[in-house]
Design a protein around this ligand. Structure first.
Ligand SMILES: Nc1nc2c(ncn2[C@@H]2O[C@H](COP(=O)(O)OP(=O)(O)OP(=O)(O)O)[C@@H](O)[C@H]2O)c(=O)[nH]1
Ligand SMILES: [Mg+2]
Length: 313
């Protein structure tokens, strides 16, 4: 395909698929594709969905996507494959569960691999989001597992982030609370058909009370039974509420500006890193430096200073 970007802009699904593959694998044409797509981004609303493995994130996303379709919106879904080998089986599950959605031309689903590329994943996810945005979907879901730093980085691509929790997590909630309180605009307790949903809601409420004194948005706590389609409309309504809230108080613009800034700095870091590598690692100079540093003939600080001076000439 000659003009992948042009085809994406025309709404060609196959081209969108190729564009995301180029992004994922860092093909040479990825930058050019993004340059052409970028002017056409900024229209989609991006929803982050994160939470522990098996919480029902994909099931929820599937039902939420269908609800958005009912409301006349087109939907993109990016599922970031679980890194853990324990939940690796869910990748196939995701595809099967979301299968009926893939028959709907108003929905585009794509999973992206994390293996071996955690560092670059947030920027690849952000680019995949932009590709879907330029393609023309109204709403984009980004599903990630867990609440570690890499997920936090990934949800930075989202305008509104929902954290999915499940009853019976016991002390786990203590362990992850710092991370989840920070990133959750909305909390959904899924699997509310299991015991302990109310207890979890109470605990979460207490934590949010402690955390939320200075904030003007109190993250709502919702309950859902995703596989029975219960609580789905309420989640979508709450997404809308949060959207209206951050649009009204200017936070949406602030978030998006911050995102543009961080993305540019990340890109710059990556390019500079690649340039440095190319210049001192590939030509074997690094090994010489390391030998000299090890022998205490010089030190890393001096070496870095002189390498930089040489490069910036
Ligand atoms: N009982 C019950 N089971 C549910 C509910 N929602 C989802 N499930 C089931 O929980 C299992 C995991 O659901 P997924 O949607 O794959 O969960 P996930 O969070 O996407 O999982 P990973 O992507 O692997 O982290 C599936 O067997 C679902 O059918 C619910 O509300 N109640
Ligand atoms: Mg999933």
């Amino acid at each position: 395909m000659e003009n992948i970007a042009e085809e994406v802009l025309k709404g060609n699904r196959f081209a969108l698929s190729k564009a995301i593959t180029a992004i994922e694998n860092e093909y040479d044409n990825a930058t050019e594709i993004m340059q052409k797509l970028y002017p056409h981004t900024g229209h989609a609303y991006v929803l982050g969905v994160t939470g522990p493995p098996g919480a029902g994130k994909s099931t929820l996303t599937d039902k939420l996507a269908k609800e958005y379709r009912k409301r006349g919106k087109t939907v993109g879904i990016i599922a970031i494959d679980p890194t853990s080998p324990f939940s690796g089986g869910a990748i196939l599950g995701d595809r099967i569960r979301m299968n009926e959605l893939t028959l709907d031309p108003g929905v585009f689903i794509r999973s992206m691999g994390t293996r071996g590329s955690l560092g670059g994943l947030s920027h690849k996810t952000a680019d995949a989001v932009k590709a879907m945005d330029a393609f023309g979907v109204d709403v984009i879901f980004v599903e990630t597992v867990g609440v570690g730093q890499s997920e936090v980085d990934i949800v930075k691509a989202a305008d509104t982030t929902m954290v999915v929790l499940i009853p019976g997590m016991g002390d786990d909630i203590q362990a992850i609370k710092a991370g989840i309180l920070e990133i959750g605009d909305i909390f959904t307790i899924n699997k509310a058909d299991h015991d302990g949903a109310d207890k979890l809601a109470t605990e979460l409420n207490m934590m949010l009370d402690l955390d939320g004194e200075t904030k003007d948005w109190r993250p709502p706590i919702l309950k859902a039974i995703a596989n029975q389609n219960i609580g789905i409309k309420e989640v979508v309504d709450t997404f809308h509420k949060h959207h209206d809230h951050i649009e009204g108080n200017g936070q949406l613009t602030v978030r998006r500006t911050e995102r543009a800034k961080n993305e540019m700095l990340d890109l710059l870091d990556a390019r500079i890193g690649a340039y440095v590598r190319h210049n001192i690692v590939d030509n074997g100079k690094l090994d010489e430096y390391v030998q000299d540093i090890k022998a205490r003939k010089t030190d890393p600080y001096t070496v870095v200073n002189s390498v930089l001076q040489d490069m910036l000439k």
